[in-house]
Ligand binder design. Structure first.
Ligand SMILES: [Zn+2]
Ligand SMILES: [Zn+2]
Length: 595
């Protein structure tokens, strides 16, 4: 929205951001997402000195490159308090390989020898195959921070100790269905019953330890990578380790700053971690003093449950400070939407307050019922135990979808959200992108990755939708230059910064992408215009005047830069306009020309 105040403030805000070490790409993204008040708040957060990098090279690149790694020259890091000489701990390579080869998932536990001294504990990494009843945590980290290891399935002892202490002090989970009856911990959905669970070493999965390194077992490595959707979706919690968050404290900071650090963290700017965060049922963020799960512990009103989760140690905005609450809620929404919490959680970002609940007749119920009111029916829950079952193998039909109960409009939103989010994220290995897209859009990644080229993978996934956004035609990113088939020129190779929109839409039929104006998506802008241009010879990036002979109105039409269309200008036979005619005269429309 145009706002004089915005324009006056903008240069200062941008200078502040840059001075405090923010990435120019992230600044631009935040400017699209946030109001001036929230932007001004964010631009006061100092991001310098948390990582040994800067964003100088990002200006020249289409996305942030500061946290990309060079795997040929990668140093696994020790913890800040380690002198750097502790020995590495490795998992048994042949065990993880054989578990994965049998279609399973290896899980790790860190076993401490009880007879060893606490100062110098003797530890051992044990590998067990995941079962339907396994309760485990999946770790998610930014490789730039040094927790990866391209040379061995191993980590330095100091990191193993640090992971162990984080796992045992994680906050309790909210959605797994676990109950505690005395010493018994019962997780009914998983059929997992354990006495004195706190005495068991926690089970976890981590790429560094569980995906076999090296080319010797390349097929097993790919199997492991393609399993990642089920690994993250079936974990009880996902624990996020990000170097900046690990140096910040929840208890000495404000709730707004904690949320802002999470929402803008490097972890939130990577492609793989999008999948890991979105597929997670519960995402826990590790800070220096403790770990928090803002989705389940916090909401728009502050602490979600006052009797849980150290709520009293958190500094919320002052009750009367409405402006600070607005900023808090805006950043909360940014965080919530990025993790697509609405896709999967039964928790609400804005549950009724106890007062509202009372007014609605809730006073009849106990506090337990108030907890119940957090839930909004069952929107959609990613499978827990079900996620472990083998998905169908019969091609790109419904059997290959993780979730069968999504309506077409919901799937369309999933596609639009995934595209628009990945467009702003970076990855060291762009060839990974299609696994991530497949996992986020509920495809069987194995099946998608069996398709030989990136273009064909995108086409296979896109054509399995019943509705597609027409805005795919305005995509200025890389597209399929198919010499053999002009009909494929619209197919994108990967998400680009040309945003997809929910409307207008087209129907996918066996033979056509059909611009149908009766798709059930009710929106004034859901009507694009198709014009036949017989024998037209129009090169890409062209503007021309269109005359409506009935009303005598003139339209300036600008074609997107379709470089491949200019290669085969004879093929041009129809023109798609983003907006239906009649437009206001002299308004420029966007168009795409196809053969
Ligand atoms: Zn950057
Ligand atoms: Zn060390």
């Amino acid at each position: 929205m145009a706002h004089t105040e915005t324009e006056a403030q903008q240069p200062d805000v941008e200078t502040n951001f840059l001075r405090l070490g923010w990435c120019p790409h992230q600044i631009r993204r935040l400017q699209e997402l946030h109001t001036p008040k929230a932007l001004s708040y964010l631009s006061s957060l100092d991001r310098r000195n948390y990582r040994p990098n800067n964003h100088n090279a990002c200006l020249e690149a289409p996305r942030c490159v500061a946290n990309n790694v060079n795997l040929k020259n990668y140093d696994t890091a020790h913890t800040p308090s380690c002198a750097g000489s502790c020995p590495p701990f490795a998992v048994d390579y042949s065990t993880i390989v054989s578990i994965i080869r049998e279609g399973g998932v290896p899980l790790i536990s860190i076993n401490v020898d009880a007879s060893s001294s606490p100062e110098n504990p003797v530890i051992e990494l044990r590998v067990t195959p995941r079962t339907l009843s396994s309760r485990y945590t999946a770790l998610s980290h930014v490789w730039f921070d040094g927790l990866g290891n391209p040379a061995a399935n191993a980590l330095p002892a100091c990191q193993i100790h640090s992971i162990c202490s984080k796992l045992v002090s994680q906050p309790g989970d909210f959605e797994s269905g676990v109950v505690r009856i005395g010493a018994l911990q019962a997780d009914w959905p998983r059929q997992n019953f354990v006495m004195h669970a706190e005495r068991q070493p926690p089970l976890f999965w981590m790429d560094t330890l569980c995906i076999p390194v090296g080319d010797a077992e390349r097929d097993v490595r790919l199997m492991a990578i393609n399993q990642m959707a089920s690994i993250y979706a079936a974990a009880v919690q996902v624990l996020v380790l990000d170097a900046e968050l690990l140096q910040c404290e929840v208890n000495t900071s404000t709730a707004t700053e904690t949320l802002a650090r999470i929402a803008c963290s490097a972890w939130m700017t990577r492609s793989w971690t999008l999948q890991e965060g979105v597929l997670a049922r519960e995402c826990v963020f590790q800070f220096k003093d403790r770990a928090i799960d803002p989705v389940h512990e916090w909401c728009h009103h502050g602490a979600r449950f006052r009797d849980r989760s150290n709520a009293s140690s958190v500094a919320w905005p002052d009750t009367k400070d409405d402006e600070s609450w607005i900023v808090y809620k805006e950043i909360y929404d940014h965080f919530w939407d990025t993790l697509h919490q609405d896709w999967k959680s039964k928790f609400r970002r804005d549950p009724p307050t106890p007062q509202e609940f009372k007014a609605g007749g809730g006073a009849k119920f106990s506090i337990g019922s108030f907890r119940g009111s957090q839930a909004v029916g069952k929107v959609h829950t990613l499978p827990a135990a079900q996620g472990l079952t083998r998905r169908g193998k019969s091609g790109l039909d419904k059997k290959d979808h993780f979730t069968l109960d999504f309506g077409e409009e919901r799937r369309l939103k999933q596609l639009v959200d995934t595209w628009n989010e990945l467009a702003h994220r970076s990855t060291t290995m762009p060839e990974d992108l299609h696994v991530i897209i497949a996992n986020l859009l509920d495809f069987n990644a194995d099946k998608i990755m069996e398709i030989p080229t990136r273009e064909e993978r995108m086409r296979a996934m896109l054509l399995s939708f019943k509705l597609l956004p027409v805005s795919l035609f305005w995509n200025n990113g890389p597209r399929w230059i198919d010499e053999n088939n002009d009909c494929n020129h619209w197919v994108p190779i990967e998400p680009s910064k040309s945003p997809l929109t929910m409307t207008p839409v087209m129907q996918v039929t066996a033979e056509w992408l059909k611009l149908d104006f009766d798709t059930g998506v009710e929106h004034a802008a859901s009507k694009a215009q198709v014009i036949l241009v017989r024998g037209a010879h129009v090169a890409g990036q062209t503007s021309f005047l269109l005359l409506d002979s009935q009303t005598s109105a003139h339209y300036n039409v600008t074609l997107m830069d379709y470089h491949m269309d200019s290669r085969t200008p004879d093929a041009a036979s129809f023109l798609i306009l983003e907006t239906p005619l009649p437009l206001a005269p002299n308004v420029t429309a966007r168009g795409a020309l196809f053969g």
